[in-house]
Write a protein that binds this ligand. Sequence first.
Ligand code: LGS
Length: 447
Amino acid sequence: MIKFPKDFVWGVATSSYQIEGAVDEDGRTPSIWDTFSKTEGKTYQGHTGDVACDHYHRYKEDVEIMKEIGVKAYRFSIAWPRIFPEEGKYNPKGMDFYKRLVDELLKKDIMPAATIYHWDLPQWAYDKGGGWLNRDSVKWYVEYATKLFEELGDAIPLWITHNEPWCASILSYGIGEHAPGHKNYREALIAAHHILLSHGKAVKAFREMNIKRSKIGITLNLTPVYPASEKEEDKLTAQYADGFSNRWFLDPIFKGNYPQEMMELYSKIIGEFDFIKEGDLETISVPIDFLGVNYYTRNIIKYNENSMLKGENVPGPGKRTEMGWEISPESLYDLLKRLDREYTKLPIYITENGAAFKDEVTEDRRVHDDERIEYIKEHLKAAAKFIEEGGNLKGYFVWSLMDNFEWAHGYSKRFGIVYVDYETQKRILKDSAWWYKGVIQRSVIEE
Ligand code: LGS
């Protein structure tokens, strides 16, 4: 048996565009994900978040389900275009939804953890110079975040400025797989910089408002990278891959600079870093209260002369999830140890971890998702080992509470511990939800 600390925060996570639906209700205007998902060829079978899990109307039932599972915390995100449907125009009706949700959570003793930006940038912000490409985006974001702090500040013990800046910039403006679907590395790095800057400025605004009962941090998606062999060329390219996925975000936040060798490498691709202005890195590295980590898989890299970063992924030997990602709980342990060693002793929360598998409702009206139980259990063991060795890990949020709109994959991939029948919107607790309930009740996992 492995025991977790008494005050360990057992949570589940979701995000606004992936579950809410109700895209044109109570004054919400489109986000870049509405536009992107409605553009031909961008998502699996043209799926959109128009209805999703209809959580906007069913949030009470969903909070009730969380209560049934016994979770201590719920990480959700706030849809920016509900709060500011137009530039400078605050929409109290949009805010009311989150007030109702937070009330419901507090009534049931579930701690709200709110992500301010989980990728649903208002379309109006995109229309003014490409969204995060425009330095004014920082100003718009801070105005939005400040409004949230004013209205919900103390009621939310954990504020997360951004979810996965890597995805919101590199995957969205560089690789083009996510909205707005650009494929331009200069733009990717500009977007990344403005997102990081908006984080720093929001933290400063938060401090000035003296919201004493709450903490603020950021969530990064971190992917440990291993060289395919001991060859120098593989090690070098693995170092670049680590710079690309991890250090490009960790270093400015914790060390106040971008990694030097990456700056040199990137400058050959994107030209001048003239979008980094004096004082920016100081702002980005403003002290935070905790780090959120989203962990799913690792990368193994070998040298490839022809690729931009001189490397390519090689498949690892482990089992894979339905997404094709290798299952590697020991890499989560490595990652946490590294963060502790090289970056921070601040509290860490695993703000996302989980897996998609082929889930089916069987005749007994249940979903027997043993593989998901196994996945979560092994990752929790890795987390427990880190804690045992003195690591400052405070909580764990399963991605996800329920099946939802998995971005470019639409509804074809199910990450939930609760099954959603999209035809009827009926929810069914999968075996993993019942198993998680037992873990939470006893704060223990069986080996
Ligand atoms: O639903 C998203 C989950 C699912 O998997 C969530 O909105 C995001 O915050 C997060 O990015 N999510 C996620 N990430 C896993 C990324 C692993 C990429 C591995 C690629 C290997 C080739």
